[in-house]
Design a protein around this ligand. Structure first.
Ligand SMILES: [Zn+2]
Length: 465
């Protein structure tokens, strides 16, 4: 069985076949880092982290790139309001982003490229589009000549003429055509700028993803993903830029996650109903928020409110309690029972159901219902007079594996002393190697488990918090 995934480009579920056997190149549009992330930003982070984990579970090697937009109008506005520099604000909210999403169980991307660190390749990309006649300079700005790119509209399934009617006509615009979009913007008074062949300025938003996907993953990638709101114009523009330059297909599959509503209303600045992850996870277990997000298929909208999160918590705890009960029963279990195989078969049947659900366009909602079946089966098994170590182990291993695929953990108290010692060893080595990112990551991981580290001249000590 191959994984079937819904491709926005073809509007169909298709068999997933990466360009290179066994390897997946995946690019996910990241946040603009001018504030803490809201739960609308958390959804793609969780959903596509789960896609990545599942692909790995199915044996693929995944190269995962996700960018940070660290220069744009919102950042410039925030910098002016706060009297700070743009890079300082970006640094602060990139750190905050990592804190929030790692609490939500998201693994770091292989690369998190930033616009400011890739200005040379962005300018070079634009320059090549100008040379090819796909872009033109106008009073210090550079625009993409949209009509020149034949496939424009193919992702959002709109014809160029429909788009023309909807286009905003700007009075005194520097564009040759209303459909053209900015690749480079001349710096206005007091704005952050870089030098370019067209004078001082900064890139438009869309170009960064084309340039960085090319740099880190090549001309053609397997999966490009992001929130549904990015389909048009952002992803449409990315396709135009990338395919105009390379002459090749930019991304084989396009995945988009659905919206989040707050109390059945659209989340918006004007309604003042922005919910920041930072605030939710102060009050609630971040794992429960992740579980909540995954309990709905990623393409469907989610409705969020506190009561729903509370009821999710109770459901989540039913699963972790089953797991704990299995663990506690292990000591009292016997070597073998005569119905061992029957139970092992039932467990592996559920594993197959889980795989079937996830193979079908990453249906986490269905996969979670299989977890509840596993929990029911485990509870039923624990009613047996004699339980076998082998079956208990098979159950706990299944829980651990499937939870891991979904990026969920099974409770804090389960970390053994030896595991903690091993992690501390790993951290000491990381510090020797001056790999502070890894060393901090391990410290955070231990903190998550309520393990507090103390670095003393005699070495690192730890205690349970
Ligand atoms: Zn993007």
């Amino acid at each position: 069985m191959t994984i079937q995934l819904y491709n926005t480009l073809t509007r169909k579920k298709e068999a997933f076949v990466p360009l290179e056997e066994g390897k997946v190149k995946m690019y996910v549009c990241g946040p603009t880092v001018y504030n803490y992330i809201h739960i609308g930003n958390a959804r793609p982070a969780i959903v596509f982290d789960t896609v990545r984990r599942y692909l790995q579970y199915r044996g693929y090697e995944v190269q995962y790139v996700s960018n940070f937009t660290d220069v744009d109008d919102k950042l410039i506005r925030a910098a002016n309001q706060l009297g700070e520099e743009v890079p300082a604000i970006a640094d602060r909210f990139i750190n905050a982003y990592f804190e929030d999403v790692s609490a939500l169980g998201c693994q770091k991307a292989d690369v998190h490229p930033r616009v400011m660190e890739n200005m040379d390749i962005i300018i070079d990309f634009i320059n090549q589009l100008v040379e090819k006649g796909y872009a033109y300079e106008s009073a210090g700005d550079v625009y993409f000549r949209t009509r020149k790119f034949d496939g424009y509209g193919k992702l959002s399934h709109q014809s160029i003429d429909d788009l023309q009617i909807g286009a905003r006509i700007e009075v005194g615009a520097k564009k040759q055509d209303d459909l053209d979009f900015a690749l480079w913007k001349a710096a206005k008074e007091g704005e952050i700028y870089w030098e370019s062949p067209w004078g001082l300025g900064r890139p438009g938003w869309h170009i960064e993803c084309s340039a960085m996907a090319k740099k880190y993953l090549g001309d053609t990638i397997d999966i490009h993903a992001g929130g549904q709101d990015l389909t048009f114009p952002h992803h449409e523009n990315e396709i135009a830029q990338s395919e105009a330059l390379s002459g090749k297909l930019f991304s084989r599959y396009w995945m988009h996650n659905g919206y989040i509503n707050i109390d059945n209303e659209k989340m918006s600045k004007s309604l003042g109903n922005f919910v920041l992850v930072h605030d939710i996870i102060k009050k609630h277990n971040p794992q429960v928020l992740r579980f909540f997000m995954l309990s709905v298929h990623y393409r469907n909208p989610i409705n969020y409110n506190e009561e729903l999160l509370e009821s999710t918590k109770a459901a989540f705890e039913r699963l972790t309690t089953s797991y704990q009960n299995l663990k506690h029963r292990k000591e009292a279990s016997v070597g073998l029972t005569n119905n061992n195989q029957e139970w092992l078969d039932k467990i592996s049947a559920l594993q197959n159901q889980f795989i079937e659900a996830m193979d079908d366009d990453f249906n986490t909602a269905k996969a979670i219902s299989v977890l509840f079946d596993l929990s029911k089966l485990a509870n039923y098994y624990l009613l047996e007079k004699n339980t076998a170590v082998e079956v208990i182990d098979a159950f706990t291993k299944e829980f651990e594996e499937l939870f891991h695929v979904l990026g969920l953990t099974l409770g804090k108290e389960e970390m053994l002393d030896e595991e903690i010692d091993a992690l501390i060893e790993k951290r000491i080595q990381a510090r020797k190697d001056r790999n502070f990112q890894l060393s901090d990551q391990i410290r955070d991981q231990l903190k998550e488990m309520n393990i507090i580290l103390e670095d003393t001249p005699q070495g690192t000590r730890w205690k349970r918090g």
